[in-house]
Design a protein around this ligand. Structure first.
Ligand code: ADP
Length: 664
């Protein structure tokens, strides 16, 4: 066989083989002119071999001579082959995507030629595009879902994950896909989660609503989640992937915990009776719920407005409440006082905020200082009762849930403190009532004994059985005693009646022109026997007349009470009653002073002696109900006047009454 014949035969064989091939095959010169065009090529592109032969293939197939083509040619010459994807036009003007392979060959004469095989991949491309669209849709669903979502394959590698879950894990999506669970979430959590995945893969059963808590490699703060696992099966029932849905429930668990704490606090508060108990319960719950370093509760003194520590949590013997913080005077500069002025809590999340909000605050030494504080006023009906202070070791945000929790707690504490105060007052009132009842029964029965004795004596005399003395003189003396005791009883009874009238707001004055000088002289005259019994000189200094518009009987009561007290507590020393006027006529006032040199009143008792049932003496030698001064003050005030007392124990007491001349 000649060399030429051999070549022809080879070509023919190849061509036949190629013609059988499913693919489009063509042979071309290096410059592109087509030497062979297979049936497959006709089927793919629509050009017949006759039409194609001699044409430049790229041009025939509508490929432009661009950079990509030049690079393909270069690689072909360099390496003897090129493989890639191209888009070609058919005879009918349609585009087909093809997978192309070029192989360099040489003919017998050593002339270089190129074999090309083209495979139609349009269908695959379309499928890929559709799949790509489906996946893009899936991704957008994954990323817009408000929950964390992921898919994990049988090697426990992340196939897909959405941004919510990536954020929960603290690892970006790009660094998650393709990595194993263990690599992404860390050993601790992987130990918990891997067995669940294995179960789902093997059983094909979902695992729903599992609650999990712990910390993740990329997000070390302990959190809690609710997780469900769903098997994703292929057509044969084989589980190739497990999908997971995660919800972060840390906040709602925290919320639950706080609600539980509030309930615990409420029930503990309903049992806590002393203010100290109340404050300790509340501080304990607050410190624990917020992880505070320590806490202080202050009670506000009603009179001075100063704050006194009521309870403390988290302070130790080695690290006690700083002396300066134990009592805060009303005019100190401190956030704890500040919140009582504004009625609003202060959320000091850092030292910078403390100084920004309370610029004049002088900080404590550094080692005592915390880094963040929550300061809450405790108010009842808008009135300040005290302050709660929580300190944190580190600067930290106080979130809206933190804040509302503390507000509710402070409110609860304020109410409980108020209740404790009322309870204490009620206890004191009960004590007072008991004391009063025992004093009253003693006071009321004391006159009865001499009264009875005298009455029996008078009876015997009337029957003429008493020996000795002239009957009439003795009867008169006896009647005098009876009258005195009856007066004493009636005064006591009147006082009691007055108290109930005054308490019910029924003290009504019947004002008319009255000469107070006359009243003073008359009363002192009536009290002369009592002064004589006490061995005290009763001196009256009064102008001839001090007219005014007053309730005469009530003023008699005032003078009687003050003068008889001075005689009773005056230790037998002189008692001076002085009356004068101040100012002119109608706009002026009458000033009455009753002064003794008796036992005096202790300073701490002074403010209480005008209260109901309050007595400054316990000595049984001094009888009384503790009502006189209460009634006196009510009468004086009803007249628009005032009463003051000055006293030194062991030296004496002066009561001063000022009455406007026009009365009430
Ligand atoms: P009482 O019936 O006890 O005298 P009052 O209301 O008149 O009640 O007085 C209240 C208390 O004030 C008395 O118990 C006494 O301790 C004190 N007090 C009143 N007047 C004098 C006085 N002139 N000197 C000392 N103590 C007095």
């Amino acid at each position: 066989m000649t060399r030429r014949g051999h070549t022809a035969e080879t070509l023919e064989t190849r061509a036949r083989t190629l013609a059988l091939a499913h693919e489009a095959v063509l042979l071309r010169e290096l410059d592109g002119r087509v030497l062979y065009w297979s049936e497959g090529a006709r089927a793919l592109y629509g050009w017949s071999p006759e039409e194609a032969l001699g044409q430049v293939s790229h041009a025939l197939l509508g490929a432009s001579a661009d950079e990509a083509l030049a690079q393909a040619e270069a690689q072909l010459l360099r390496e003897g082959s090129w493989t890639g994807e191209q888009v070609h036009a058919t005879r009918a003007g349609e585009y087909v995507a093809v997978h192309v392979r070029w192989v360099l060959d040489a003919d017998a004469s050593g002339r270089q030629r190129v074999y090309e095989s083209h495979r139609n991949i349009s269908a695959r491309k379309a499928a890929e595009r559709r799949q790509g669209e489906t996946l893009a849709l899936l991704d957008s669903i994954l990323d817009t879902a408000p929950v964390g979502l992921s898919f994990v394959d049988r090697d426990l590698r992340f196939v897909r994950i959405n941004r919510v879950l990536a954020a929960i894990n603290g690892v970006p999506v790009e660094q998650t896909v393709g990595r194993t669970l263990r690599e992404v979430i860390g050993d601790g959590m992987a130990d918990l989660v891997e067995p669940v995945y294995r179960y789902v893969f093997e059983s094909g059963e979902p695992v729903l609503e599992r609650e999990l808590a712990g910390s993740l490699l990329g997000a070390p703060q302990r959190r809690a989640w609710r997780v469900s696992y769903y098997p994703v099966q292929d057509g044969t029932g084989y589980v190739s992937v497990v999908g997971m849905v995660v919800q972060d429930i840390t906040e709602s668990l925290r919320e639950q915990e706080r609600t539980a704490r509030l309930q615990a606090a409420t029930s503990a508060l309903s049992r806590a009776l002393t203010p100290e108990d109340v404050a300790r319960v509340v501080l304990g719950e607050a410190v624990q719920a917020l992880g505070a370093r320590r806490g202080l509760a202050y009670l506000r003194q009603r009179e001075s407005g100063s704050l006194h520590v009521l309870a403390e949590v988290g302070y130790t013997e080695a690290d006690p409440v700083p002396e300066r913080k134990r009592v805060l005077q009303a005019d100190d500069v401190d956030p704890c006082l500040e919140v009582l002025h504004t009625g609003e809590p202060m959320w000091l999340e850092s030292t910078a905020q403390l100084f920004a909000q309370v610029p004049a605050f002088v900080p404590l030494p550094a080692h005592q200082t915390s880094q963040a504080w929550a300061v809450l006023p405790m108010l009842v009906d808008g009135q300040p009762v005290g302050t709660l202070l929580l300190s944190f070791a580190q600067a930290r945000p106080l979130t809206p849930p933190d804040r509302s929790f503390l507000r509710v707690l402070a409110q609860q504490c304020a109410l409980a403190l108020e209740r404790a105060r009322l309870y204490r007052e009620a206890q004191a009132a009960l004590q007072l009532r008991d004391d009063f009842l025992s004093v009253a029964s003693h006071e009321l029965t004391t006159p009865l004994t001499p009264l009875l004795l005298k009455l029996q004596q008078l009876r015997r005399e009337a029957e003429g059985t008493a020996p000795g003395q002239q009957p009439r003189a003795r009867a008169l003396q006896g009647l005098g005693v009876v009258a005195a005791q009856v007066r004493r009883l009636s005064t006591l009874t009147h006082n009691l009646l007055d108290v109930s009238r005054v308490s019910e707001g029924r003290l009504r004055l019947e004002c008319a022109p009255v000469d107070l000088a006359e009243v003073v002289r008359e009363v002192c005259g009536e009290l002369a026997p009592q002064a004589a019994r006490a061995g005290a000189a009763l001196q009256v200094h009064a102008p001839s007349s001090v007219p005014g518009h007053w309730d005469r009987l009530r003023l008699e009561q005032v003078v009687t009470n003050l003068v008889s007290n001075a005689l009773k507590y005056g230790a037998g020393k002189p008692v001076r009653v002085a009356l004068r006027t101040e100012g002119e006529g109608e706009s002026g006032s009458a000033v009455l002073q009753v002064e003794d040199e008796g036992i005096g009143i202790a300073p701490e008792q002074l403010q209480h002696i005008f209260e109901k049932f309050q007595r400054a003496v316990t000595d049984t030698r001094y009888s009384g109900l503790g009502l006189g001064l209460y009634i006196v003050r009510q009468i004086v005030q009803a007249h628009g006047g005032r009463i003051d007392v000055a006293s030194t124990p062991g030296v004496g007491t002066t009561f001063t009454v000022r009455l406007p001349r026009t009365g009430a």
